[in-house]
Design a binder for this molecule. Structure first.
Ligand code: IPD
Ligand code: CA
Ligand code: CA
Ligand code: CA
Length: 262
């Protein structure tokens, strides 16, 4: 039996320290490398931040497993036991080019069920967090349960991949959605966009390819705030693979799913 309150206190302390280190890195020069393609960036700070968490988790919680974007954790093939799903910096391109709109994202799952979720917007010192069954917070302020939002008042987070024809959706319907909603936004950090859905800054977020570390923290936080997270087909998210993710306020999720995505 895990002591989730104790773990929660510990994670918040670690996130604060990691955030300090990242802020301090702004005055140093970055070492930037490309991964799968020239625009898929990773820096020494991504790697150092992942290592920061892994070292501490291994010491304090040796039975827990770790799935991290930069690959320094475990080779996780099943959802059994406690798994920390970590994106040390979500929005690396923003981190490198803009020094804003990036976040640390952590989701802690037990046998596939989210127990604790964290998204830390370092520059704005905004920590979004959630505890299973207890709700979601931004810093010390509890987030109000999300109300249904009509399409014509919705602000939807989407990115440019939707401009490019692909097999996942009917482009005509997406153009219709962009016409029908109040506005669209694109922040370049899946974690922050999910945090914004949880806090009502965005009404929905639709994306084609998110990895577990992109959505693990955010899925928990959105759900604890009363929102809905699924694949763009409406099916359940698979926590161990890449998914097209659709998160939205209640009501709006059903509406967009039935009228624009199916
Ligand atoms: C990326 C960001 C981006 C999303 C990409 C992610 P990274 O994460 O969340 O907004 O569109 O799919 O890979 O690589 O900056 O951690
Ligand atoms: Ca990346
Ligand atoms: Ca990411
Ligand atoms: Ca990342």
């Amino acid at each position: 039996m895990e002591n989730w309150s104790g773990i929660d206190e510990t994670v918040k302390r670690w996130i604060g320290e990691a955030g300090e280190n990242i802020r301090a890195s702004f005055t140093h020069s970055l070492s930037i490398q490309s991964k799968s393609n020239p625009n898929d960036l990773v820096t020494n700070v991504d790697e150092e931040t992942e290592r920061f968490f892994i070292e501490r988790i291994r010491t304090s919680f040796p039975s827990h497993r770790i799935l991290g974007e930069e690959g320094q954790g475990d080779d996780v093939q099943s959802l059994d036991g406690v798994i920390w799903i970590i994106d040390p910096i979500d929005g690396t391109m923003n981190f490198v080019h803009q020094q804003r709109n990036f976040a640390i994202s952590i989701g802690i799952y037990e046998d596939g069920i989210g127990q604790l979720g964290y998204i830390y917007d370092i520059v704005h010192d905004e920590l979004y967090h959630a505890k299973k069954g207890q709700g979601a917070w931004m810093n010390d302020v509890k987030l109000d349960p999300l109300d249904p939002v009509p399409v014509e008042q919705a602000i939807v987070g989407i990115n440019s991949t939707w401009l490019i024809q692909n097999r996942h959706f009917d482009q005509e319907k997406l153009i219709q959605l962009a016409n029908d909603v109040r506005g669209t936004r694109s922040y370049g950090s899946a974690a922050l966009e999910l945090a914004y859905v949880a806090s009502g800054r965005l009404s929905a977020y639709i994306t084609m390819r998110n990895a577990p570390w992109d959505f693990a923290g955010g899925k928990m936080i959105v759900e604890e705030a009363g929102g809905v997270v699924s694949k763009i087909t409406g099916d359940d998210i698979d926590m161990l693979s890449v998914n097209p993710v659709f998160a939205a306020a209640p009501g709006l999720h059903e509406d967009i799913l039935n009228n624009y995505l199916k």
